[in-house]
Ligand binder design. Structure first.
Ligand code: NAD
Ligand code: 6OD
Length: 502
């Protein structure tokens, strides 16, 4: 079957129609799987596409194609030629910018302004950055002098791992998928990706861009489906898969770890978080309120890096809570296609049930509701969407479940602190360890507190400001390993150290 998107995007009416059928992509062909499931627009509950679910047989074919492709022209390309192709993929994403934006908005319900400034530009950047990194990567080498007088030259060469299985979530679908696909391909691997069942569109659209860019068949394969008993499990279990990289919930990471344990595959896990922001009285107040508004509410709070715990120095606590409340209440909830919308819906009815259950729990645990706490009413089509109000709580004990567990919605708990030591202790009192932020105009304190946070990344006076060369990952329940820059190159390649006696 020909490309599943091209015909659908060019609606005869001249109107932009969304995909009606999303197929798997194996060995350069769009193919049907064994079953089918619905892709739902979370902004109004409508079905936007039927997605073809890959069974065991199709996952076998995808992995087989990816293995064969390792031995084809892809394996013989120079690093420079491979990097050149990845640059073409980046340009191809930009050439179909609107298609990607609209597909991502329809699948996720995120505001069009956000998909346009974050998700799609980052996808192109992921390919460019890793193309340039691999092109410029040096070899690790040592001149060796032995006690017995012999000498040698040691140097490590990079080789691909083989077929990499890539499993991704729904919150930043294209951004997170390409964050792994780009370095995996840069290192000469082939990939089979399993995007979230909630957001299958952009991974499939990327297949067309790959073909147009001249990426040979079998290098990039897409299988659709769910986790257990479906494409996700079939892929992670597959003996032909050399390594698994996964982004998603910590509990899913634990399940995948069990699956891959038997075959001792390398894994990279980017998991959940319960991130803290620490606000000192000497912060730049306006900048901090704006920054925290993003850190709590961006993408309707569905970013693993979002701050669900905000600690504020007691002397500015009341003033800060009031300002954050005003900011939250000024955010415009509405249609994702309206350029002025700040907050879209949550991803699904099921996820909204989870978030609302935490809103109820907060009240049961004795929280003061500063703002929000329920489902908004629009009086129209959007009432069929999965919206929740942006919500701020105070007054909970640090042991409350709402303060301990990841909610993954537009919500935070704000608590006061009296000393720097107390703030650091509260921030670190969690099983997670993904990200944190510190807000102060005292430079030395900013460095000092940031370095004490037990997390993979701490921002000072900013949030989600990314340099793709830096290490990214989490401590504790937030993950295993680091990706980004050379850390990605190291995960996606096997180092073979060559020792030559001189
Ligand atoms: P999820 O764990 O439910 O699903 C993620 C992916 O795993 C999906 O593609 C799903 O189909 C697949 N999956 C589920 N069970 C599986 C199994 N047993 N075997 C193989 N695959 C399986 O996560 P989600 O709800 O899609 O995403 C939200 C979560 O992701 C949050 O916890 C969030 O913090 C986390 N997240 C972390 C990062 C990070 O960089 N650390 C980034 C984004 C999201
Ligand atoms: O910016 C990134 O590279 C990254 N992995 C972000 C993760 C965001 C979580 O939702």
């Amino acid at each position: 079957m020909a490309g599943c998107f091209a015909a659908v995007f060019a609606g005869a009416s001249g109107q932009r129609d969304f995909v009606k059928s999303i197929l798997n992509y194996v060995d350069g062909q769009f193919v049907q799987g064994e079953g089918e499931f619905a892709d739902v627009n979370p902004a109004n509950g409508s079905v936007i596409a039927n997605v073809s679910e890959a069974g065991q047989e199709l996952v076998d074919r995808a992995v087989g194609a990816a293995r064969s492709a390792l031995r084809g022209p892809w394996g013989k390309l120079t690093v420079s030629d491979r990097a050149g192709l990845l640059h073409k993929v980046a340009a191809g994403i930009e050439a179909r910018f609107d298609d990607f934006v609209h597909a991502e908005v329809a699948d996720t319900g995120k505001p069009i302004s956000l998909a346009s400034r974050l998700d799609v530009p980052r996808a192109a950047a992921n390919f460019r950055v890793f193309a340039d990194l691999i092109r410029n990567a040096g070899l690790e080498s040592f001149q060796t002098e032995m006690a017995d007088g012999r000498s040698a030259l040691n140097y490590a060469v990079r080789k691909p791992l083989g077929v990499v299985g890539i499993i991704t979530p729904w919150n930043l679908p294209l951004l997170l998928l390409t964050w792994k696909v780009a370095p995996a391909l840069a290192c000469g691997n082939t990939v089979v990706v399993k995007p979230s069942e909630e957001t299958p569109a952009t991974a499939t659209l990327l297949a067309e861009v790959m073909t147009d860019a001249g990426i040979p068949n079998g290098i990039y394969n897409v299988v659709h489906g769910f986790g257990p008993g479906s494409a996700g499990e079939f892929l992670t279990k597959h003996p032909g898969v050399a390594a698994v990289t996964f982004t998603g919930e910590s509990a899913t990471g634990a399940a995948i770890m069990k699956t891959v344990a038997a075959s001792v595959k390398p894994i990279s896990f980017e998991l959940g978080g319960k991130n803290a922001a620490v606000v000192f009285a000497d912060c730049d107040f306006e900048q901090t309120v704006d920054g925290l508004s993003d850190a709590v509410f961006l993408n309707t709070g569905q970013v693993c890096l979002c701050a669900e715990r905000v600690y504020v120095e007691r002397t500015i606590f009341a003033q800060f809570v009031d300002a954050l409340k005003k900011k939250a209440e000024s955010l415009k909830m509405g249609s994702p296609l309206d350029k002025t919308t700040n907050l879209g819906p949550l991803i699904s009815s099921q996820h909204r049930k989870k978030v609302i259950s935490y809103y109820r729990l907060a009240e049961d645990e004795g929280a003061t509701v500063v703002t929000g706490g329920s489902i908004p009413s629009f009086g129209g089509e959007l009432d069929q969407g999965y919206y929740v109000q942006p919500t701020i709580y105070t007054g909970l004990a640090e042991s409350a479940r709402v303060v301990k567990e990841e909610i993954f919605g537009p919500v935070c708990h704000v608590a006061p602190f009296d000393s720097e030591e107390e703030a650091v202790a509260m921030a670190n009192d969690t099983k997670y360890g993904l990200a944190g932020s510190v807000w102060t105009t005292n430079l030395r304190r900013g460095h000092r507190v940031a370095q004490q946070m037990n997390v993979g990344i701490t921002w000072v006076n900013c949030w989600f400001l990314r340099d793709l060369r830096t290490p990214f990952g989490g401590a504790g329940l937030s993950g295993i390993g680091r990706e980004g820059g050379v850390h990605s190159l190291n995960f996606y390649s096997e180092l073979n150290n060559v020792c030559v006696q001189l």
